[in-house]
Design a protein around this ligand. Structure first.
Ligand code: NAI
Length: 703
């Protein structure tokens, strides 16, 4: 587990080398092993100093979170953390110098191990990242990070680092003081040994007499100004949904007023509580395990060789087509970008170039890299150019007749194994596939806008779509670095169908006379990036109206109707307030929609929807906005539109920003408790209508 050696000068090198794992991880076994190595080195009189290093490509990648999902008791967890604290303190106070030789990633517990050293030297490795990203998984840096970082950087800079959880490059880390020195990789070990030899009396600042936290202690005037503001900022960012934010603030506030030995115990107790917290479990399960599985294509049909997309055809060089071309060419695919005439196709290529030019200007992309990428996008108006494509994705107007026409024309040019995909956002795939000569090779590949930024792609299996097409679509999505989910066909598929309920519920509340600001704030307090009314303004009320009308037409008498329907009609047809692009919708957008900062809710809303005497409290409104989505997701699960909780959860978080603390749209049911959720939804159904009525056997569907 550890390669330990002692050189002629008496400097011991303890190099982490955990067998059978690609990276060094910290768990009960490896930490006990590390403790033994450290104790041996301290006890050995021949050892004058110790270098902590790694025999792998990276330093230490952090805690092994495999165990996080288990239901461990306080009694099982706390001793482990107290043991690590003890090892860290032994390193700091043994009287021998300890140096960290950081060769690659040093994250979480890995970087905290380095913090127990008296000096930190990093190799100049452009791939290496250094930091404490624990908050991203709902936990806190519990290996001493919340105690040593503020004592090292000061309270303000320390809190910022603990709360933003960023991973830093070596250069950034050096600038922030997270590492003391940067050296060429080949000099790392030699330089670390030299420092240990030159500093036999090294101590930590916090063990020196008269130590003060840089910039002021907790009880200084500065400290007293800092904590109320930090609390407010933490609250503003998390709305109390992420308990780790509060726990980190408490660790720093309580622990940094005391001796570090006491501070470390305070931290360990908070850590145990966080690891056992349902929010942490949900975030780790979905945010780490399920997303990793999705990226590794867990549901890919078996026995089909991996596809490599060399040539990709894209029909329609509009907003979506240009984005698809850009991300695909960026991963080395040759893209044929086709539109009705050459001019439109060229305009699409220019649209793909615009964001790249911005990146070049910001220094985030090289000129040559951009040129090479754009070289791989060939604009055309000729179907013949599609020949040799492994995959064609159509992103033409959302119109069945046009889609049918391009499907036929493109298929005539395709080889026997090529797949044809539609990026439609609303039209069921099975219906579109009826115009295809080869429906087994027809599939939905639904991107989100803006394509360059959004991490999810929803793959839709039509009734006749074959496994080979699903496998190829998955391989393609993986190749462009996005995360796929596979769903079965249905109106709005999975993502649009469920997300629409959030928006529609917000509009229904408006119609009932709920204060508009309350609706919008309830959305944000629930954890969504924007309130439901603003979402409609952004995408346009006209689009919402058109989609509802299409559904009504397709479904006839089966169309259930929704209270929001006539609000859309009123705003689009009577009031001429179609949304942000027009500068007016539920909000006034003073600068023609561009100035998001100056928007305000339309003051006349109250005239059209008089304020009801009985206003919900914000918790009730928040719950309503979350539950309506989970009910719809349960229905999707019952109808087999979505085939697993994991797909629903991952799709909801990455697709439309369903809040991470819930673990996703179906995990939210589990977090609420299936029986409790059912009761709450039945109560909502009594008040607001059958759209809240949960399907049978909520517990099984959400499991
Ligand atoms: P857009 O209007 O920006 O682009 C459509 C392009 O298709 C235009 O350049 C048009 O000239 C071209 N086109 C029309 N008929 C054609 C034909 N016969 N042959 C070749 N090109 C033709 O539309 P946008 O927003 O890019 O949407 C395209 C598709 O993607 C639609 O099906 C839409 O529902 C879907 N989608 C849109 C999203 C969005 O946020 N805009 C998100 C996800 C899917």
């Amino acid at each position: 587990m550890f390669d330990t050696s002692i050189d002629a000068d008496g400097i011991a090198v303890i190099a982490w080398n955990i067998p059978d794992r690609p990276v060094n991880v910290m768990n009960e076994t490896t930490m006990a092993g590390f403790r033994d190595e450290v104790e041996k080195a301290i006890a050995d009189d021949a050892v004058k100093g110790v270098v902590i290093a790694s025999a792998k490509e990276d330093f230490i990648a952090g805690a092994d979170i495999d165990g996080f999902l288990e239901d461990l008791s306080v009694e099982a967890l706390l001793p482990q953390f107290l043991m690590f604290d003890k090892v860290g303190r032994a390193m700091e106070t043994s009287g021998k110098p300890f140096v960290a030789a950081i060769n690659g990633h040093a994250l979480g517990g890995g970087y905290e191990t380095a913090l127990c050293c008296h000096y930190r030297i990093a190799a100049d490795n452009p791939k290496a990242r250094i930091g404490l990203p624990e908050i991203g998984l709902g936990v806190l840096p519990g290996g001493g990070g919340t105690q040593r970082i503020p004592r090292m950087l000061g309270l303000q800079a320390g809190l910022q680092m603990l709360l933003d959880g960023r991973k830093h490059t070596v250069a950034q880390a050096a600038k922030m003081g997270l590492v003391d020195e940067v050296v060429p990789p080949e000099d790392l070990l030699g330089r670390a040994k030299r420092w240990a030899l030159d500093n036999p009396d090294a101590t930590q600042p916090w063990d020196r007499k008269g130590f003060r936290i840089p910039g002021g202690d907790v009880q200084s005037a500065k400290g007293m100004q800092l904590f109320p503001a930090a609390n407010a900022m933490g609250r503003e960012r998390s709305y109390g949904n992420y308990p780790a934010v509060q726990a980190i603030l408490s660790c720093v506030y309580e622990g940094c007023q005391r001796h570090i030995d006491v501070g470390l115990r305070v931290e360990s107790k908070y850590l145990v509580n966080m690891i056992r917290h349902p929010v942490t479990k949900a975030m780790v399960r979905t945010g780490f395990f399920e997303m990793t599985k999705a990226r590794k294509l867990k549901g890919r049909p078996e026995g089909i060789p991996k596809a490599k997309i060399g040539r990709l055809g894209i029909l329609g060089a509009g907003m979506m087509g240009a984005g698809i071309a850009s991300v695909s060419a960026g991963r080395g695919m040759d893209c044929v970008l086709m539109d009705v005439d050459r001019e439109a196709a060229e305009a699409g290529k220019a649209r793909a170039a615009a964001p790249l030019e911005k990146r070049v200007k910001q220094g985030r992309m090289g000129e040559a890299q951009m040129a090479a990428l754009l070289d791989r996008i060939a604009p055309t108006d000729d179907y013949a150019e599609l020949e040799g494509s492994d995959l064609v994705i159509e992103a033409v107007f959302e119109d069945r007749a046009i889609k049918a026409e391009v499907t036929k024309a493109a298929e005539a040019r395709l080889g026997p194994d090529a797949v044809f995909a539609s990026n439609t956002s609303t039209l069921p795939i099975t219906g579109l596939a009826e115009t295809s000569a080869r429906p087994a090779q027809f599939i939905g590949i639904h991107f989100f806008s803006p394509v360059e930024k959004m991490p999810l792609v929803e793959i839709i299996r039509g009734a006749e779509t074959g496994d080979a097409a699903v496998a190829l679509a998955l391989d393609y999505v993986q190749a462009i670095g996005k995360t796929p989910i596979v769903v079965n066909d249905g109106r709005g598929f999975f993502t649009s169908r469920v997300f629409a309920t959030y928006v529609m519920e917000g509009v229904a509340m408006l119609k009932e006379g709920v204060a508009p600001a309350l609706i919008e704030n309830a959305g944000k307090i629930a954890g969504f990036p924007v309130g439901p009314l603003e979402v409609v303004d952004n995408t346009s009320l006209g689009l919402s109206l058109a989609i509802r009308r299409q559904w009504k037409k397709d479904l006839g008498d089966a169309y259930a109707g929704h209270p929001a329907d006539d609000v859309f009609e009123l705003f689009v047809e009577t009031l001429d307030r179609p949304g942000r692009k027009a500068g007016k919708g539920f909000y006034d957008w003073p600068e023609g929609g561009s100035g998001g900062k100056t928007k305000r809710l339309w003051p006349e809303l109250g005239r059209h929807f008089p304020r009801a005497a009985d206003q919900p409290d914000v918790e009730e409104a928040r719950r309503r906005l979350l539950h309506i989505q989970s009910v719809e997701a349960l229905r999707c699960r019952a109808e087999n539109v979505v085939t697993s909780r994991a797909d629903a959860d991952v799709g909801s978080i990455l697709g439309w920003g369903f809040p991470m603390y819930t673990g996703g749209v179906l995990s939210w049911v589990g977090q609420t408790g299936a029986a409790e959720f059912t009761d709450q939804c039945n109560a909502l159904a009594d008040r607001h209508g059958p759209r809240f009525a949960p399907p049978d056997d909520v517990a099984a569907l959400a499991a």
